[in-house]
Design a protein around this ligand. Structure first.
Ligand SMILES: [Fe+2]
Ligand SMILES: [Fe+2]
Length: 183
């Protein structure tokens, strides 16, 4: 996804979002999910960074409240399909990419896990930002080995707290994480 495509999609999500943009499900969260997701997509074999980036902007933009809103993922999937019909916003997605994006959006609310690399990266990118509401990401709910890596969780938690954090040394350059077990 080009920067222009990303910005265009972000603006559509902003226009669609019915709540205060500074809230816990607003644009700062989307931006951290994007950062988390782009790192994960770089390191997870088979993960599609375009889908992950689109997920970051769209997954919560159809929320109607910050509490119990179990259908917001389904609405986000419907919104993604609408955008894909337009000539510019998501029309660059291949059919399979759109289906992965819609599945990631629709089911991100259910707390389930997956071994699908792209959908796993999407959900982990979102779950890694849980500390913004005081919840430490749980290894057993993270789908991918790289997201369970303690320095990655630490990096995400500190950013969820509003701190600036560089990507952990070694993660940028070494995609191989030794442990395959939840930490
Ligand atoms: Fe959500
Ligand atoms: Fe989210």
């Amino acid at each position: 996804m080009t920067e222009q495509q990303s910005n265009r999609l972000k603006m559509r999500a902003v226009e669609r979002f019915p709540m205060a943009m500074g809230g816990i499900h607003g644009i700062a969260h989307w931006g951290r999910v994007r950062e988390n997701g782009l790192l994960l997509a770089k390191l997870i074999p088979g993960a599609d960074r375009t889908v992950v980036e689109a997920f970051a902007w769209l997954h919560d933009c159809c929320r109607e409240n910050d509490g119990h809103d179990p259908d917001h993922g389904k609405r986000a999937a419907e919104f993604a399909r609408q955008l894909a019909e337009e000539p510019t916003v998501l029309s660059f997605l291949q059919t399979e990419q759109l289906e992965d994006l819609c599945s990631a959006c629709e089911f991100h609310t259910a707390g389930q896990t997956t071994d699908h690399p792209t959908i796993g990266a999407c959900w982990d990118a979102d779950r890694l930002d849980l500390f913004r509401v005081g919840i430490r990401p749980k290894s057993e709910l993270l789908n991918t080995e790289i997201a369970r890596h303690p320095p990655v969780i630490h990096w995400a938690v500190e950013r969820s707290r509003g701190l600036e954090m560089p990507v952990p040394e070694g993660i940028r350059t070494n995609p191989v994480v030794s442990s395959n077990k939840p930490c």
